[in-house]
Design a protein around this ligand. Structure first.
Ligand code: PLP
Length: 388
């Protein structure tokens, strides 16, 4: 059967070019980069080369990159480590209602550690408006964590302005840039952030590796204790093959420039127009312009997103409804609800996220398969009157 992968916001396929550079470090060059012999030192060199490549993707210095086990750990490290190390300023944290659970739940967990957490509302597009941050921020605000691009609806926040507001108040600013890196330009200097999270498997690298950018001079507490790896910021023997793969994935992202962005934008345009033309009673969610390329989030009235996913899967199409993490529970997406969309409509959400290997035929196939699925589900829906 034909398969079409349209779930790149959940994870991306490993680029064969990335795998090629990882392979020799899985079996042959297994050495611990911290050992003293020359073969280990060679491995250390490769790890540092990878760090420089990742730094270069973000316009950071290599010393400002801490490798982590992924985006989740980077977010935990930034929030827990940043808030604790600077708690002298105060014990108030600000985040937003549309964050990934790796940020939202970590902030809320800090309440048990005696921190107060303000969860900012978002607008109908999923954006944090600068004035809401201005109103919520206080002298005791130690940390503000607001995502760069949303994983469910693709909306991009004005990080530069939000970070300025935080800094005027003397608060640290962290952004989860997991969905931005690899899709749009991520420049830590231009954004003016103190901390920024990236995950390799969202940019055609391996799973289980990511990084936290920590601006030089920023105080943070490390989560793990043990060895002195990662500048004493992340104890534990490095995941060498993954780090090397992450470096290559970062390098390929730089090499591709805006070529990939343009390819995906072309496909996205046809996908959006095709859905709009063929299917009535739908609502596209997310910001119409301020969004990452390739993310088409749409709610189909009168039906359940989950049933749509199962029928799409029967035809070889892989997509998502809400976030991957919440798709096991039949809860409506917290992001869509935060945007003011009703439970009923939010239940009919579908997220199609395009990637570098998608071709026009994939979009055409989806446009052929989806409309009859929606029609079929609506006909058996007690909520739908249109067909009778
Ligand atoms: C995928 C994702 C994460 C989690 O990254 P992992 O590397 O899978 O832990 C965090 N934030 C956002 C916005 C994501 O899309």
């Amino acid at each position: 059967m034909r398969t079409v992968y349209l779930d790149h916001n959940a994870t991306t396929p490993l680029d064969p070019e990335v795998y090629k550079v990882m392979e020799p470090f899985i079996v042959e060059n297994f050495y611990n980069p911290s050992s003293v012999y020359s073969r280990s030192r060679k491995v250390r060199e490769k790890v540092e080369e990878a760090r420089a490549k990742v730094a270069s993707l973000l316009n950071a210095s290599p010393e400002e990159i801490i490798f982590t086990s992924g985006g989740t750990e980077a977010n935990n490290q930034a929030i827990i480590g940043g808030a604790k190390a600077n708690a002298g300023k105060g014990r108030h944290i600000i985040t937003s209602a549309a964050e990934h659970h790796a940020v939202l739940d970590t902030c809320l967990r800090m309440e048990k550690e005696g921190f107060e957490v303000t969860v900012l509302p978002v607008d109908e597009y999923g954006r944090v408006l600068p004035e809401t941050l201005e109103k919520a921020i206080r002298t005791e605000t130690v940390l503000v964590s607001i995502m760069y691009a949303n994983n469910e609806v693709g909306t991009i926040n004005d990080i530069k302005t939000l970070a300025e507001i935080a800094h005027k108040n003397g608060s640290l600013f962290h952004t989860d840039a997991v969905q931005a890196a690899g899709k749009i330009k991520v420049d830590v200097k231009d954004l003016g952030v103190d901390m920024l999270s990236v995950s390799a498997h969202k940019l055609y690298g391996p799973k289980g590796i990511g990084c936290l950018y920590v601006k030089k001079g920023t105080k943070i507490e490390s989560l793990l204790t043990g060895g002195g790896q990662e500048n004493k910021m992340r104890a534990g023997t490095e995941n060498v093959p993954a780090i090397i793969g992450f470096g290559r994935a970062a390098e390929l992202t730089i090499e591709r420039g805006t070529e990939l962005e343009n390819h995906i934008k072309d496909l996205e345009k046809i996908l959006r127009e095709g859905i709009k033309e063929r299917i009535p009673d739908i609502i596209f969610t997310g910001h119409p312009e301020e969004r990452i390329p390739g993310c088409v989030s749409v709610c189909f009235k009168y039906i359940e997103g989950e049933s749509m996913l199962l029928l799409l899967d029967q035809r070889g199409i892989m997509a998502s409804s809400g976030s991957a993490c919440s798709s096991k529970s039949l809860k409506a997406s917290h992001v869509l609800l935060a945007m003011g969309i009703s439970h009923e409509i939010a239940h009919g959400s579908l997220r199609l996220s395009l990637g570098k290997d998608n071709r026009m035929e994939d979009v055409e196939y989806l446009l052929e398969v989806l409309p009859p699925i929606v029609e079929k589900l609506r006909l058996i829906s007690p909520l739908y009157q249109g067909g009778r």
